[in-house]
Write a protein that binds this ligand. Structure first.
Ligand SMILES: *[C@@H]1O[C@H](CO)[C@@H](O)[C@H](O)[C@H]1NC(C)=O
Ligand SMILES: *[C@@H]1O[C@H](CO)[C@@H](O)[C@H](O)[C@H]1NC(C)=O
Ligand SMILES: *[C@@H]1O[C@H](CO)[C@@H](O)[C@H](O)[C@H]1NC(C)=O
Ligand SMILES: *[C@@H]1O[C@H](CO)[C@@H](O)[C@H](O)[C@H]1NC(C)=O
Ligand SMILES: *[C@@H]1O[C@H](CO)[C@@H](O)[C@H](O)[C@H]1NC(C)=O
Ligand SMILES: *[C@@H]1O[C@H](CO)[C@@H](O)[C@H](O)[C@H]1NC(C)=O
Ligand SMILES: *[C@@H]1O[C@H](CO)[C@@H](O)[C@H](O)[C@H]1NC(C)=O
Length: 647
């Protein structure tokens, strides 16, 4: 199965016996091991994603991973982050992949790279760019499909040439590159597609590189997820039968190293579901079992971080993922060294030399206290007055058709009859959440994941208002599952008592909310409705020259909650909050985003109901601790059981 790799290896091995200083990485199929610079090599690796922390913290988090005893990091490249606009590429700032990989190398790591094109990872659309959904005709994902492969091929022609000089054998740190991602869990099972990707990766990265695949520990996954010429690995979490799992890998990789590419020291969260935790005892036990038989292991995640901005995804059944990606990982969201971290480090120390650098202390956190906020403008009037693009059509259009990725689109129409009391507005096609207004007055909320909210009986006695305004919120696209066609806006017509409503005006929010909205035009305060979507801002002063991390607790001094929305510190988008649902309550504010010794600003887009009442001013709290585990109605997501049994 691996003739080509074998031949490559023999060449590397023989070159290296002659020239010991030459960098080389490969697989020794006779000795069932990786070989680095001619010597057997076992990796203990941790997943970390550069997008999920401010760049100013890259070195801090990687250093913490290093002192844990890890010798490798594993990371995803999320395509959507780099090609937000089709054909326009961004590798700057927090997207500087080359700098991130070089930093890891400088610290001492080798790097395992997962370039997709699909990535999963609880990230918006699994890392696919939204514009793939603009034209749905003849589109299929993750298979031999012309429209899809055209976009993939162009992206890879930009990405992969940047990776080539970073390969271990070329003097860099990248020891292996993954082809696709858990492809065996996707129903298409298109072997030609996997072959196409493998050949493209070889074309750009050369033959002298370990390509690999990863799949669940079951033959069905491996049958569809593996491809000749890429080394087959598996993934599983603590408490799994190690020997049995690797027997599956051995069916597809009869010789070579044993590899668990995703070993779960924590697990993902979902809005409305109990916070996930994984016990240290179970991690330590399974880890010890694996390391004792020479398994190469990667912790997914070792540091999770944060889904800042609009980067969180959703799971099948449409269950969106929260902003925190703490993941109950060994290094917590603000970078804390947990007892789980220390226990893992102790086990690693039994098998590999630990670095002499001491484990760093936790970073300081500070409670900056209560911040007074005041009403600035209703969201409806803000979008209407700042929208980069409005258009009309008989029937509502989808976000992607309108050129909108995240945030909001306003759908408006004029009702030809003001007698709407008791009529039923059918919003069944909404993706994902609709804030419905008659004029500027809120009359209800429809949410795709709540079937009883989709037919809204209008309670507006005596209302003479004929403008129906619907603010639709994208809450993150599906990151996983067999159906990736998660377009936003409306996928069906909107009806009133069975009559199709026509003549829609649609105003997109464009990139207005990527960073904190500014430039408010005065709303008449008498129009203020605390139960409609509104924007609030407030200032507070930071007196320290070196600010500390802090957490936004969306409650007032009198303990009433802000309900649901998006929050910003200065210009930075902290992500979505939904504390009345949980389990996440606080939002992490990294210190690099605070301005030292001066005034800082907070902005809240509250979509449901602010706790201000009719006061027009109220407050939020900045505290020195996170709350990620508020009790919820639904049980925690099943650990490691997400992969469906398609085959
Ligand atoms: C699992 O255990 C059996 C029996 O000891 C052994 O033959 C087999 O090689 C083991 N599998 C792996 C992958 O180590
Ligand atoms: C660091 O933070 C973790 C998690 O919050 C805590 O368990 C640990 O005790 C802290 N370490 C120190 C030295 O304070
Ligand atoms: C679902 O929608 C109904 C009708 O709007 C509402 O009363 C209920 O609270 C919603 N359920 C959840 C779990 O949000
Ligand atoms: C909306 O209704 C019109 C007229 O009945 C119909 O032509 C159109 O296909 C409908 N759109 C959707 C998405 O159902
Ligand atoms: C407008 O009103 C007329 C009669 O009053 C009715 O037949 C028609 O269906 C209405 N159209 C819509 C879109 O509500
Ligand atoms: C829709 O708009 C067109 C053009 O403005 C108008 O002729 C038509 O009567 C409108 N239809 C309804 C149902 O309002
Ligand atoms: C916050 O401060 C900025 C400048 O420091 C000022 O322009 C703005 O008006 C202030 N906002 C509030 C709500 O006080």
């Amino acid at each position: 199965m691996y003739e080509r790799l074998c031949v490559t290896l023999i060449i590397i091995a023989s070159v290296c016996t002659l020239c010991r200083s030459q960098r080389s990485f490969g697989i020794d199929f006779d000795r069932n091991t990786f070989v680095k610079d001619g010597k057997p090599f076992q990796y203990v690796s941790g997943s970390v994603h550069m997008y999920r922390m401010p760049r100013a913290y890259w070195a801090d988090r990687l250093q913490r991973m290093w002192t844990a005893g890890l010798n490798a990091i594993q990371t995803y490249v999320f395509w959507d982050q780099h090609e937000l606009v089709e054909g326009v590429y961004n590798f700057e700032d927090n997207n500087d992949l080359v700098a991130f990989i070089q930093l890891a190398q400088k610290i001492g790591f080798v790097v395992i790279l997962r370039v997709g094109p699909y990535g999963c990872g609880e990230h918006e659309f699994g890392g696919f760019p939204w514009w793939l959904l603009r034209d749905l005709n003849n589109l299929e994902f993750r298979q031999m499909n012309t429209a899809y492969l055209k976009a993939v091929t162009r992206w890879m022609s930009v990405l992969l040439p940047q990776i080539r000089p970073l390969l271990y054998n070329n003097g860099g740190s990248v020891i292996s590159v993954q082809v696709e991602n858990e492809y065996g869990s996707y129903p298409a099972c298109d072997h030609n597609y996997m072959g196409y990707l493998r050949d493209m990766f070889r074309q750009y990265l050369g033959d002298n590189l370990v390509l690999f695949t990863v799949d669940g520990n079951g033959l069905g996954y491996l049958r569809c997820g593996t491809v000749k010429g890429a080394y087959a690995t598996i993934d599983f979490g603590p408490g799994t039968n190690v020997n049995e799992s690797f027997n599956y890998q051995r069916q597809y990789a009869p010789h070579g190293p044993l590899v668990n590419t995703e070993f779960y020291p924590g697990w993902l969260d979902l809005w409305g579901h109990q916070h996930s935790t994984v016990s240290t005892e179970s991690i330590v036990k399974t880890l010890d079992e694996m390391l004792s038989i020479g398994v190469n292991v990667n912790f997914y995640m070792f540091f999770g971080g944060t889904n800042f901005g609009f980067t969180s995804g959703a799971d099948p059944g449409y269950i969106p993922q929260p902003t925190s990606y703490d993941y109950d990982a060994p290094i917590s969201e603000p970078g804390d060294i947990t007892s789980k971290y220390m226990a893992i480090r102790n086990v690693i120390g039994k098998y590999l030399p630990l670095p002499s650098t001491p484990v760093p202390g936790n970073n300081t956190k500070k409670a900056y206290g209560s911040v007074r906020l005041s009403f600035k403008q209703s969201l409806l009037s803000y979008i209407t007055s700042h929208s980069p693009f409005c258009t009309t059509s008989s029937y509502p259009k989808r976000f992607e058709e309108l050129g909108q990725n995240q945030a909001f689109v306003i759908y408006s129409t004029i009702l030809n009859n003001t007698e709407v009391q008791g009529k039923v507005l059918d919003l069944s096609g909404v993706r994902d959440r609709a804030y419905v207004l008659l004029g500027e007055k809120s009359i209800g909320i429809a949410y795709r994941a709540n079937s009883s909210s989709l037919k809204l009986t209008i309670q507006a006695p005596g209302n003479r208002e004929t403008h129906l305004n619907i603010i639709v919120e994208n809450m993150g696209r599906l990151n996983y599952g067999g159906d990736l066609f998660d377009t936003k806006g409306f996928v069906n017509n909107i009806t009133l008592d069975g009559q199709v409503l026509v003549n829609w005006t649609m105003c997109i929010s464009g990139s207005l909310f990527d960073e904190a909205p500014t430039d408010f035009t005065m709303n008449k305060f008498e129009d203020f409705d605390p139960n409609a979507p509104n924007i609030y801002t407030g200032n507070f002063s930071v007196t320290d020259q070196a600010p500390s991390d802090t957490f936004l607790l969306p409650t007032t001094i009198s303990n009433s909650y802000w309900e649901k929305g998006v929050a910003y510190i200065n210009r930075y988008n902290l992500g979505r909050y939904w504390p009345i649902l949980g389990p996440q309550v606080t939002l992490y504010i990294p210190s690099p985003w605070l301005l030292p010794s001066t005034t800082n600003s907070l902005t809240m887009i509250e979509l449901q109901s602010s706790p201000c009442g009719n006061e027009q001013t109220c407050s939020i709290e900045l505290v020195d601790f996170p709350i990620l585990d508020k009790p919820t109605l639904m049980p925690a997501p099943l650990l490691y059981k997400r992969k469906p049994q398609y085959h």
